[in-house]
Design a protein around this ligand. Structure first.
Ligand SMILES: NC(=O)c1ccc[n+]([C@@H]2O[C@H](COP(=O)([O-])OP(=O)(O)OC[C@H]3O[C@@H](n4cnc5c(N)ncnc54)[C@H](O)[C@@H]3O)[C@@H](O)[C@H]2O)c1
Length: 366
């Protein structure tokens, strides 16, 4: 297999996970360029990569110039969320396979266009929902695919985290409708993606109450969502950035006729409950995972996610988190926003909504 040549666009906080993935996957990829208009950030990432691989990538401030000048197969987009769609579309149109940070876009029209154009240009589109690769989550999916749960009844995603004002003040885009959205869109989208993936992946109706309780930002710092899936199962989301005094847990629980699984810990990486009517070979592997819980809430999933993306590019198959998969969590959150705004349940199919359709008054709780 050839080594795929990557460029990283956006060298902020999450870029360290992309650099780590590039170092971990040196056998199948080479990060040849990094780009950020803030020169010292791009230089720092170039130096980090050089420390890990012995080779310094090219450094750019302008990704258009980089796309014109460099021989690149794949781009990773890790800028503020509001720029993802525009930059990803530029990469796709330049014929580059594109891996975009979550959320893939901030409205349904942009996300649908990204999926459509990736197909038209014959390139692979992936979205960074790296928690799907957490070992306990992979085991849960093995159990779901084997039908061990029987009839699915319900599931929940509880994201009980803390983000204080210094977090939001790190950069002006955080917590804005134009560039970010609130805690559902930024922090909880991973848990919501896991919930929808586990409960059948076909949402039908969404109802929500969201609110801005404590943080001085435009968007919500709390959200509760109910999701009815086409298979009848019901998903519940409790997502908050307001837990005092620090991150408490991110937990996914799935319940069916003949099985219950709960994966908790700080970021859905520790098996808490694993009860099935019938035992199976995988139970021994699950037992080995008991007690593990990485300290970093981002986990190490980017490494595996990159590997999966590169193999998909190489074999002309879909990555585990393709654009078609990545849009689902986004649409559930946009539907939740619409439900908060209108006070009504919202149908998933045909949804056309943007974070820009929300205003501070839609969520402010005095
Ligand atoms: N997968 C995850 O778990 C995870 C975790 C954290 C953040 N994220 C996502 O990653 C994205 C970035 O988050 P962050 O915390 O790193 O933000 P950040 O503000 O620290 O970094 C964003 C960087 O993008 C750069 N940038 C802006 N426009 C650019 C352009 N045209 N070309 C190149 N670079 C440009 C900015 O200068 C900045 O350095 C967000 O969308 C966020 O939701 C994902």
């Amino acid at each position: 297999m050839k080594k795929y040549r990557f460029a990283l666009i956006g060298c902020g906080r999450i870029s360290k996970n992309h650099i780590a993935a590039a170092i971990a996957n040196q056998d199948i990829m080479k990060l040849v360029a990094v780009c950020d208009p803030v020169a010292e950030r791009a230089e720092k990432k170039a130096a980090d990569l050089a420390t890990g691989t012995g080779e310094k990538p090219a450094v750019y401030a302008d990704y258009h110039k980089m796309l014109d000048e460099m021989d690149i197969d794949c781009c990773a987009v890790a800028t503020e969320s509001g720029y993802h769609a525009r930059i990803a579309l530029d990469c796709i149109r330049a014929g580059r396979h594109t891996l975009v940070e979550k959320p893939m876009a901030l409205n349904t029209a942009d996300a649908e266009q990204m999926i459509r154009e990736a197909k038209q240009h014959g390139v692979t589109l992936g979205v960074c929902h790296q928690n799907r690769f957490n070992a306990p989550v992979q085991q849960l999916h093995k159990a779901l695919e084997a039908g061990r749960f029987g009839k699915l009844v319900s599931g929940s995603a509880r994201i009980l985290w803390n983000r204080t004002m210094p977090y939001y003040q790190q950069a002006p885009w955080r917590g804005t409708w134009a560039q970010d959205g609130g805690t559902l869109m930024n922090q909880c989208i991973h848990g919501i993606d896991l919930l929808q993936w586990s409960l059948g992946g076909q949402p039908d109706t969404i109802m929500a109450m969201t609110g801005n309780y404590l943080r001085d930002i435009e968007a919500e710092d709390f959200g509760a969502i109910l999701i009815r899936f086409k298979n009848g199962a019901v998903g519940m989301v409790e997502g908050t950035a307001c837990i005092y005094p620090k991150n408490l847990e991110e937990t996914l629980s799935i319940s069916g006729e003949t099985g219950t699984a709960v994966i908790g810990g700080l970021a859905v990486n520790r098996i808490e409950t694993w009860n099935f009517a019938k035992s199976a070979a995988q139970d021994a592997e699950v037992a080995k995972l008991a007690g593990t819980d990485p300290k970093d809430v981002y986990g190490s999933g980017h490494n595996t996610l990159y590997r999966n993306f590169i193999h998909a590019v190489d074999t002309h198959t879909e990555p585990l988190v393709s654009g078609t998969e990545g849009i689902k969590g986004l649409k559930i959150i946009l539907a939740a926003y619409k439900s908060q705004k209108t006070g009504q349940p919202v149908k998933y199919d045909g949804l056309n909504f943007s974070t820009l359709d929300m205003a501070h008054d839609d969520v402010k709780v005095d």
